[in-house]
Design a binder for this molecule. Structure first.
Ligand code: HSE
Length: 339
């Protein structure tokens, strides 16, 4: 299976690392031996139609001498790779843009036009055009997977699609942004001032390039929009979400809540068709009372009751979800060939 990776940030680079490190395990377990024919960043691409050596690409990127790599082609773009190269699956891991969805949206649509399968960790295209993308994939009989877009490494969509068949999902509640959860946790337990806690979250590499997307609740709202569309069949847009950020929280409010055994959490919720991101009092013993950069999603169902997933919502762990999606596509393609 030939793969194009668009975007070499934490996810793109992490995927190359995992493919290199797990080469023999992936072959043993799934006879999966993908060839990465292009790995593209904003200023050029590593290209090899016979498959790049992922370890050498990663080490050249880590050493900053990547322009010297024999496969490096300066100025080559992801769109060129998607239009012109011979490949099977696009991994779209360019930065999220929730205003236009670009460049990820054009990358995915172009790849679908060329009948390629897709794995995306980029939220932007799904927030802007969920239905259009699903329709384009359906029309062409292609697979579009996006587990990494919500809750990073946490399996949410796969779990619901594969393990809760026949259930009706009645509500979803969760903490979908690691940066705000980190800030609130630091303010609650260490009395760290808001600005310092935000800086720490930025240093951990969790915050968005523009951290106001985190602290104003927009990132969490984007994830809620994807959950609503994908799991509950609600055709919601970002403008349908009632959003309150965490910028007005005071240490006094946090302290008062704690005296009564509550935490103030930034909770995202879909209930009775209403999408909301807001500050809520959460019982210290509630499954939603997760600390630090953790994410949590609680899903209410008619047959299975409520269940909760807790995990790493960002960072290199996100590669786990991308790799699982990629293997899923490989297994599906093998099944299709066998039919
Ligand atoms: N800025 C996001 C967060 C990254 O803090 O959760 C993952 O989407």
């Amino acid at each position: 299976m030939k793969v194009v990776i668009a975007g070499l940030g934490t996810v793109g680079r992490g995927l190359l690392k995992a493919l290199s490190k797990k080469k023999s395990e992936l072959w043993r377990a799934y006879e999966f031996s993908p060839k990465v024919v292009a790995a593209v960043k904003s200023d050029g691409a590593f290209l090899d139609e016979n498959g790049l050596d992922p370890a050498s690409v990663v080490s050249s990127l880590d050493g900053r001498g990547y322009e010297e790599h024999s496969a490096w082609v300066s100025g080559y773009t992801a769109l060129e790779a998607i239009r012109d190269l011979d490949f099977d699956v696009l991994v779209e891991a360019t930065p999220t843009n929730v205003e236009s969805g670009e460049p990820g949206l054009s990358h995915i649509l172009t790849a679908l036009e060329r009948e390629k399968d897709i794995v995306t960790s980029n939220k932007g295209p799904l927030v802007i055009a969920f239905e259009k993308l699903m329709e384009a994939a359906r029309e062409r009989g292609r697979i579009l997977r996006y587990e990494a877009t919500v809750g990073g490494a946490m399996p949410v969509f796969s779990l619901v699609e594969k393990c809760l068949r026949g259930n009706k999902i009645t509500a979803i509640k969760g903490i979908l942004n690691g940066t705000t959860n980190y800030i609130l946790t630091r303010m609650t337990y260490e009395r760290v001032p808001f600005d310092i806690a935000l800086k720490e979250a930025q240093e951990l590499g969790y915050a968005e390039a523009n951290p106001s997307f985190d602290i104003e609740g927009i990132d969490a709202a984007c994830k809620l929009v994807i959950l609503a569309n994908a799991i509950m069949g609600i055709r919601a847009k970002l403008s349908d979400v009632e959003i309150v950020g965490i910028t007005r929280i005071t240490p006094e409010a946090i302290e008062l809540a704690r005296e009564d055994g509550y935490l103030i959490k930034h909770v995202a919720q879909i209930e009775e068709g209403v999408l909301e991101v807001s500050l809520r009092l959460v019982d210290e013993k509630s499954p939603l009372a997760v600390g630090g950069t953790l994410n949590v999603v609680s899903v209410s169902t008619d047959l299975a009751g409520e269940f909760t997933v807790i995990g790493r919502g960002a960072g290199e762990e996100t590669v786990s979800a991308v790799l699982n999606d990629l293997i899923d596509i490989w297994l599906e393609r093998r099944r299709a060939l066998a039919r």
